[in-house]
Design a binder for this molecule. Sequence first.
Ligand code: AMP
Length: 281
Amino acid sequence: MKIIQTSSDIIHFVTFAKSQHQTIGFVPTMGALHQGHLALLKQAKAENDVVICSIFVNPTQFNDAEDYKKYPRNVEKDIDSIKSLCDVVFVPSVEEMYPTISNKMYDLEGLDKVMEGKYRPGHFNGVVMIVDRFFEIIAADYAYFGKKDFQQVVIIKKLVKIYKHTVRIVTVDTVREEDGLAFSSRNVLLSAEKRKEAPLIYQILLQAKSMAYKLSPHDIHKWIVEEFAKNNSFKLEYAAIVDALSLKEIKDFKESQEAVLCIAAYLDNVRLIDNLELYKK
Ligand code: AMP
């Protein structure tokens, strides 16, 4: 596995691979790698001749400086854990990715203003800025994203469409720990005691799914708010039942071809997000 740190070197690598008619799978990450990231890499490896994984903690997507500072980083361990799964690990510096101060604004047709976008203003503009830059320099055939970040997937697909990137987006199911908690780089920030309570989010998602159609979206939402209120450790930020394409909250399950329940909640000052498809017609 090669370690590449500069844009010019990665462009050179990609150009050579393309000249050899090799397909390229790209997996962008922010490091602190876990089973969720490995699932993306495994799928990319199964489907491509060459796999590139980027590890870059992107400062422009953090709306909170403290969150950026405390984001877990362990690049050496990360590189070691993916040796057998990728051909290149791209670990650029901030200066390499942002040679000039970038404040490009993207019009994402409002998809970036709800849920995560509402509570983390500017977050998706930062995500899209870095992914757009990656897609410019890494001309991959396929890029892999986890459904764990459901809204992000919808927005990246919009970016590809609006900005006419040729890469195809592949989505990968959420990988969970045995007790149902979705793997996340932030899970290591939980105390051992609070970690035991963390599966509550998934339990609520599952119960809500079993209520779809029997109760209205409004009544399911009300039930979710009450469930979180019973628990002193969690602070619910939002729960939203949305149409999977428009991300608009739905009032009636008949309105939408596919509905997804998205939840963000704080546990132990750690912000956890998760989601579950309630149904697909
Ligand atoms: P991150 O390092 O958090 O930016 O995540 C990099 C990629 O891994 C994103 O496409 C995430 O959606 C994906 N990912 C993170 N956690 C999981 C998980 N538990 N299961 C599947 N994919 C995940």
